[in-house]
Design a protein around this ligand. Sequence first.
Ligand code: HEM
Ligand code: HEM
Length: 469
Amino acid sequence: MGDYQYDNQTVNGFILSSIFWGVIGIVIGLWISIQMWAPSWNIAPFFTFGRLRVVHTNSLGFGLGIGAIFGVFYYIVMRLTKRPLLFPKLARFHLYLFNAAITLAVLSLFAGMNQSLEYAELEWPLDIGVVILWVIFAVNVFGTIIKRKEEQMYISLWYIIATVVAVAVLYIVNNLAVPAGLFKSYSLYAGINSANVQWWYGHNVVGFIFTTPLLAMFYYFLPKSTGLPIFSHRLSIIAFWSIVFGYLWTGAHHLVYTPVPDWIQTLAIAFSLFLIGPSWGSVVNGFYTVAPDWSKMRTNYLTKFFIFGITFYGLQTVQGPTQAIRVVSQLIHFTDWVPGHVHMGTMGWVTMTVAASVYYIIPKIYKTDIYSVKIADTHFYLVLIGQLIFSVTMWITGIQQGALWKAVNADGTLKYTFMEGLVKNYPFWQMRTVGGLIFTVGMLFFIYNIYMTMRRGTSPAGSRAEGVV
Ligand code: HEM
Ligand code: HEM
């Protein structure tokens, strides 16, 4: 190993950016959750539910999620290849460009510029910016992997490669559009093709932003933080290849009972069920990794985050395939059950795993210890409780909504008016806000802990390779 320095400042910059966009997204999440039961909170056109909802999803998916992916991946790639990034200056430029792009994205969504495709709302000039960002990232990641000093490719690198390739393909294909002015464009796809391509993208962008990168982090930081080797490398590789094979066929499970040809729906449902296998391959691998010493759940604060995170991933990947089945889809589709599913994954699996990775990285690059394990524990329990309240209330109200909408009188007319169904949601929507508030307080504990750790450490101007890998 040589006399070189890891570029920790760029890693640090991305982590801070990710936290910043996370705060924006979470505050707006709280706000839209209030708007659902208190419409007077739609205070101006810029702050109506329709505009804020997309700011919420974009700042959390693309700001918090992708910001963390960039920062944590740079960190992991350098350590696993045992060399600095191939283009450190490009990585720094990448950081500035990322923040500029997300700022413009958020402003344009506030202003109502929107392609009306979920998770692909940005108009074409920003799409081009996103592609440039991704190419810069890909060049650095692939370049560094190709020039690696460690021949073995640990499983996290495979998940990183899959993320980089899949997001690029998905984003470019779904965003192909004909510009009709600077802020307006028309998708290349129309009618049912548009829906099919959109949900092929929509499902997989969730998969390749909220699943594969998180698994890369999980497989890297779980052994690092517990000191226990991963249970089975073979299982991790089998699960990896089967998940990337299976994922891309499942998008049409969002379009059950639509004019999309029946066989496409059935194929998507079958592949959704297939995904339980590889998903649980990782869950089981995680559990068995910690199995030799379960006391780590008590003695090592990070183990809790990773093990609960992967548990929610496990639950999510049983619930998801179940939702894909026709008989379940016809009850829960269009209901609040789906946001319940979404937030078990995002507030449970995603934010727990990202927070634990950040808890691991920040003390390392600031050459200190975490400021307070007690605060980290408090953070853990608050986000856990907040998330459970959110998801469980949404599942209950979702089933209730589905049942009310389906109830018919003997003559075939609807038993309940729209208004009757709507008012029944109010207590559950209020509970969701309570859950969101508890979760937010938990995240504030996290931010305070990270801030204090940074304050007592030394600036991450670069750490010698030895001792940090
Ligand atoms: C085996 C894995 C999974 C399968 C088969 C699956 C399946 C599904 C299905 C069928 C829906 C559509 C429900 C409906 O509208 O009727 C859905 C929605 C969603 N799932 Fe999953 N899910 C899986 C894992 C995950 C994970 C790990 C996450 C991460 C957080 C996630 C996030 C989402 C999101 C964000 C939506 C909402 C999409 C939208 O309508 O905007 N899913 N999932
Ligand atoms: C305080 C925490 C949070 C609150 C109160 C909150 C609230 C909400 C609300 C009210 C919606 C709209 C649901 C609807 O249209 O019926 C929503 C959607 C969504 N949120 Fe959150 N959220 C929070 C945290 C998060 C986090 C941390 C993430 C991602 C990392 C996230 C990702 C999403 C996504 C992807 C959707 C779209 C779901 C769909 O289309 O079904 N949220 N959130």
